[in-house]
Design a protein around this ligand. Sequence first.
Ligand code: ACO
Length: 402
Amino acid sequence: MIDMSTDSSSAQRPGLAGATAYTSLSHVDGQAGELVIRGFAVEELATKASYEEAAYLLWNDRLPDAAQLAGFKRSLVSERRLPAATLALLQAAARQSVAPMDALRMAAGTLILRNEDEPASANTAQRDALSVVARFPVIVAAYWRLLNGLEPIAPRADLDHAANTLYMLTGQEPSGARVRALETYLVALIDHALNASTFTARTIISTQSDLISAVTGAVGALKGPLHGGAPGPALQTVLDIGSIANAEPYLRSKLERGERLMGFGHRDYKVRDPRTYVLSFAARQIYEAEGRLDIYQLAIEVEHIAVRLLAQYKPGRALYANVEYYAGLLLHGVGLPADLFTPTFAIARTAGWVAHSLEQQAANRLMQPQSIYTGPLNRAWIPLHARIAPSSAGAILPHLGE
Ligand code: ACO
């Protein structure tokens, strides 16, 4: 259950900072730098659990035994096939070179469709929940191939979630090191309290809307560079810097221009994001396995320099590396192109969005924060012929109609 209680001081802070929420799914302690998912520290869960185990844990509040895990995996595998209409939509989007996150958002709306030979489900919520988790990787991989003029590759029932995701992109069975690295990423990002996309999902479902609408809205929220869109630019910064000697002048000039350093800063964490430890360790392993440790070492140095400069240019703001800094590095090491970083984040977060939506549904109250009006009052109506060219100050869409 969520109670968006705000006291008068928090209500005056933009971005709803200070609004409180209740959830038993995950807990963030921004001062201590801790993330707990269903009672497990993220460091433990991400390094030990498969994605299926973590999703089962989120939805059932307990780890599955062997039979339960096998059954859960079978249910997910049976939901992987995409209906013909979803594929047709992706083909049309690829012909117009739509960005992968936009294609994913459009395709997410088709998740209510069944395959023609599939019987109607007695439990729509359960079927939709499984379908969201199972089909997101299939949509992302199929779309990526279509965008690159290639035929989509059918999922393989004998491969688990992470391995199958990589397989569908290339048609090659991925190495164990790549699978484990992606799995660590997917579990580390599976849930994170009331982040912007999860809040979006909960808001949508709180109107007694449906799970597919909630998840589709969440994809739209995740896309922005202040949320899930940061890992591509964060990695690009490291690649553009190219050498340790170039790091300080490059970052300094960005900060001098008033630009934000992508992959740094967080609304909750005032210390290093705990997920950066997990992802940085996994990234080191994959770069070592692939013989490209130089990129990893450069990223570590760039982080140190960025944190020092942020403290100098933004004193007192406590800006440290966030999950996206190492997410980009890790996914690059796994062989994913930067355009797939945010869609892969969406794949990871599906189980969390579903869990939050169902938790909201189970003890629902309409989400509706208060607003404080800051506009004018008692305006006198001016007849059309008497209006002189207005100033555009205060306009949200200036020049509209001019
Ligand atoms: N680089 C430079 N300055 C920054 C950065 C940054 N990465 N992040 C925050 N600041 C500065 C702001 O300019 C602001 O300075 P000011 O007080 O002089 O105006 C101050 O720190 C506070 O910034 P806010 O935007 O108010 O902080 P908020 O808590 O709302 O934002 C956010 C958090 C959006 C993540 C921010 O730190 C940011 O833009 N980071 C870069 C984008 C990024 O990495 N996003 C991924 C976040 S993780 C995730 O969503 C999974």
